[in-house]
Write a protein that binds this ligand. Structure first.
Ligand code: SF4
Ligand code: SF4
Length: 366
C-alpha cells in the first residue's frame, strides 16, 4: 500500500503540480545530545542552544494543522532520544496528521530507549512504518573517541540488533556512515569491518555538510569526494549481489533504492562541480521545524526563517502558506539554489517528473 490516509489524487496534484503543502518534514526534537562530535553543526558552547524546546502541548497543537498531504516525519536533533517524551511526540503526529512513516536518526547510544519506543509505536499503530538510521563512522575505539561517548559503538550494534530482533515488517534499521575528514582516509577498512565483522546488512552513507560551525577546508574536499565515491560504488555493488538490502522488496522500497542511486550521482556532481542539476522543493514539498518551533525551508538556509510557530499560535499551515514562504520558495527556484543535502535531494528526485522514468525502471530492477 503506497498511501494510507492521503488521497492518491491529492498526492499527485500536490507533489507534481501545486507543490503547496509538505509531504515530508524534518523535526529537530531537541538540540541536546550526549555526544560531542567534532563535525557537529550544533554550537554546544552557546547556552542558548538548549533553551526553548517545544513542549508536548505545543507539539500536539502544531500537529493538528499540518495539512492533508504529509506522508513522513523525520525526527532528528541533537539526539532525538534525549527527549524522554519522544513516544508521546510520535503519537501526536500519528493521531493528528496523515503521516504513514516516521524516520529517526539516532547516535545509537540508548538501545533500551530506542527498542522500547519502536515496540510502543507498533502497539499504538501497526500501520506506521518506522525506519531507524544509526550513525557509525569509524572503528569502535575511534568512533567512541570522535563522538566522545564510552561504549558507543557497542551500543550502536546493540540498537541495530535489538531492532532487527523485533522482526517486524514495519520496522527497518540501517547504519549510516558520514564521510568526513576524520574517516575518509580509512573508509574501505571501516566499510569492510561493518559489513563483514559486524554483519551489517543495511548500510547508507552521506557526505559531511558545511553547516553551522562546521566547514571543510577547500583543499580537503577532493579527499572526501574520493572516499564517498568509493563507498557509494561499493554499496551499489553489494546491493546488486543482495548482500546489502537498504529497503524491502515492495514497490516503494524499489523506488527508494533507485532514488538513492540517482541521489549519490547528483551529490558527487554538485560537490565536485558545484553544478545546478534540478529545482529544490524545500519550502514547498518539505521543510524543517527547529527544536524551538522556528520553521525553515531546510537545514542550510539559516537566514531564511519562514516563521515562528509560537508567534502563530502553533498553526503550522498558517506559517507554511504565508507570504514569507512564498518569497522563500521563489528565492530557492530563482537563484537555482543547490547543495548536497541528501534529504532535500531525495524529495527533489521524488517530486520531479524528469526522474520518474528512472524510478519506474527501478521497480523492474533496471
Ligand atoms: S551525535 Fe549528532 S547531534 Fe550529537 S554531537 Fe554528534 S553529530 Fe551532533
Ligand atoms: S538546495 Fe539545499 S540549500 Fe537550497 S533550499 Fe534546497 S536544501 Fe536548502
Amino acid at each position: 500500500m503506497i498511501l494510507n490516509k492521503v488521497s492518491l489524487t491529492k498526492f499527485f496534484e500536490n507533489t507534481y503540480f501545486k507543490k503547496e503543502t509538505p509531504i515530508s518534514l524534518i523535526h529537530f526534537l531537541t538540540n541536546r545530545c550526549n555526544a560531542r562530535c567534532s563535525f557537529c553543526f550544533i554550537d554546544f558552547d552557546n547556552p542558548d542552544t538548549f533553551k526553548n524546546e517545544l513542549s508536548l502541548d505545543e507539539i500536539e497543537k502544531m500537529t493538528q494543522n499540518m495539512g492533508d498531504t504529509l506522508l513522513n516525519v523525520n525526527f532528528t536533533g541533537g539526539e532525538p532520544f534525549a527527549r524522554k517524551d519522544i513516544i508521546e511526540v510520535a503519537k501526536c503526529y500519528i493521531r493528528n496528521t496523515t503521516i504513514q512513516s516516521i524516520y529517526i536518526t539516532t547516535n545509537g547510544s540508548l538501545p533500551d530507549r530506542v527498542i522500547e519506543y519502536a515496540k510502543e509505536i507498533e502497539r499504538f499503530n501497526n500501520k506506521i512504518e518506522q525506519s531507524f538510521q544509526i550513525s557509525i563512522d569509524d572503528f569502535p575505539e575511534k568512533h567512541d573517541s570522535v563522538r566522545k561517548i564510552k561504549n558507543l559503538f557497542e551500543n550502536c550494534i546493540k540498537t541495530y540488533e535489538g531492532l532487527l530482533k523485533l522482526n517486524s515488517k514495519k520496522i527497518s534499521v540501517s547504519v549510516s556512515i558520514t564521510v568526513s575528514l576524520e574517516n575518509c582516509h580509512n573508509i574501505k577498512n571501516i566499510f569492510n569491518y561493518l559489513v563483514h565483522k559486524c554483519n551489517i546488512k543495511s548500510l547508507k552513507c552521506c557526505l559531511v555538510r558545511d553547516e553551522g560551525i562546521y566547514k571543510t577546508p577547500p583543499e580537503d574536499k577532493k579527499k572526501l569526494l574520493n572516499a564517498y565515491t568509493w563507498l557509494t560504488d561499493e554499496i551499489k555493488k553489494l546491493k546488486k549481489e543482495k548482500k546489502i538490502n537498504n529497503y524491502n522488496n515492495s514497490i516503494q522500497g524499489k523506488i527508494h533504492n533507485k532514488k538513492d542511486d540517482i541521489s549519490w550521482e547528483m551529490i558527487k556532481n554538485i560537490y565536485e562541480n558545484d553544478k545546478y542539476i534540478s529545482p529544490c522543493h524545500a519550502s514547498s514539498l518539505f521543510g524543517v521545524i527547529n527544536a524551538d518551533g522556528k520553521v525553515y525551508p531546510c537545514e542550510i538556509l539559516e537566514d531564511k526563517l519562514i516563521g515562528n510557530l509560537r508567534e502563530n499560535d502553533m498553526n503550522f499551515l498558517e506559517v507554511w502558506k504565508s507570504k514569507k514562504n512564498k518569497e522563500t520558495k521563489d528565492f530557492i527556484l530563482n537563484t537555482k539554489c543547490k547543495c548536497t543535502y541528501e534529504c532535500a535531494i531525495s524529495f527533489n528526485i521524488l517530486g520531479n517528473w524528469r526522474y520518474q522514468h528512472k524510478l519506474v525502471a527501478g521497480i523492474f530492477n533496471f
